[in-house]
Design a protein around this ligand. Structure first.
Ligand SMILES: [Zn+2]
Length: 322
């Protein structure tokens, strides 16, 4: 029987279930005061009780168990240490970590038990796995539902509504999804720009293509994530007619909307702007030439640069020149 928390069933508490799901992989629980994306202080606030107490209760309830010997050895020792131990036992001191550990256990189980006697590494029991996995599946289902709703709204050009729903989700799930990019500002018109303003860099793409690229750019702005993942918001057979790959074409639409928005916001406050570029070896001569110069805000060249020679496209931006 699971013990109630403040008279409620803790298995309904997302924070508690998130804590449990951190142990789907063997984990050294008190490591560095940081666990599953949050510091212990944040955990305490969210759980409304000490995380250590929660962990103890999960152990008592049989949801968390001590990890097996191999996991404990893996967590407690680095490869060079395992190699030294192998040598001391007359075992081959080469190969992968897993093999070193397996050989050591076969050769001297009691010795290895002894060596990890003080190592506390917990992992979900079968019942713990069941609860934690169900929680993860539910969280994913919630996210998928919101994401698909937001996508439909963007396709229908209901940008404010799309942004509002995404924002509400982020506020509600901010703790359980610490990986989600948090953008507390309301939509400032950028979403519409992404779907209606084509950058010259894409060389005159049609309205339909811009619409597809704009949808992906808008979803990227709302949900964040890696650039390479923007594909999932494009039709599977989509192929940009520009000279750029799909992923780069989406980022150019994104960059152009950002440029237009930045100029719009600075207009009236600043007369001069400066083009900034990324400081890496991939900046092309065209971008380098245009960067770090002052421009009249009404005469600044359009970004992303249409003449950029980088295969991925221009990554320049604009700031006020003060
Ligand atoms: Zn360039």
């Amino acid at each position: 029987m699971l013990q109630p928390l403040f008279g409620t069933d803790w298995t309904q508490s997302p924070a508690h279930l998130l804590l449990l799901s951190g142990f789907l992989q063997p984990c050294q629980e008190y490591k560095q005061g940081w666990f599953n994306g949050h510091g212990w202080d944040e955990w305490k606030e969210e759980l409304r009780e000490s995380p250590h107490k929660v962990i103890e209760r999960m152990i008592a309830d049989g949801l968390l168990v001590r990890a097996d010997l191999a996991s404990r050895l893996s967590e407690a020792f680095k490869v060079p240490e395992l190699k030294e131990m192998s040598k001391a036992h007359g075992l081959p001191a080469t190969g992968k970590k897993g093999n070193l550990i397996a050989n050591l256990i076969i050769h001297d189980t009691p010795g290895m038990e002894q060596a990890t006697a003080n190592v506390t590494i917990l992992v979900c029991s079968e019942r713990g796995v069941e609860l934690a996995s169900r929680f993860q599946d539910e969280q994913k289902a919630i996210y998928d539902r919101v994401e698909s709703e937001v996508l439909s709204l963007i396709k229908a050009h209901h940008f404010k509504e799309a942004d509002k729903i995404a924002y509400q989700y982020k506020m509600a799930c901010n703790f359980v999804r610490p990986d989600s990019m948090f953008r507390p500002m309301p939509d400032d018109g950028r979403l519409e720009l992404m779907m209606t303003r084509s950058p010259k860099a894409l060389g005159g793409i049609g309205k339909t293509e811009l619409e597809y690229l704009g949808i992906a750019a808008a979803m990227f702005w709302i949900w964040g994530g890696a650039r390479k993942d923007v594909h999932r918001w494009l039709p599977t057979d989509f192929q940009s007619t520009s000279r750029y790959k799909n992923e780069s074409a989406v980022m150019l639409v994104f960059g152009h909307a950002t440029f237009l928005k930045d100029i719009h916001q600075m207009r009236g406050m600043f007369k001069k702007v400066e083009i900034t570029t990324v400081n890496d070896g991939l900046v092309c001569p065209v971008c380098r030439e245009a960067a770090h110069k002052e421009y009249d805000i009404e005469r600044v060249p359009e970004l992303p640069h249409a003449g950029c020679m980088n295969a991925e496209g221009c990554r320049c931006g604009v700031i006020a020149a003060i």
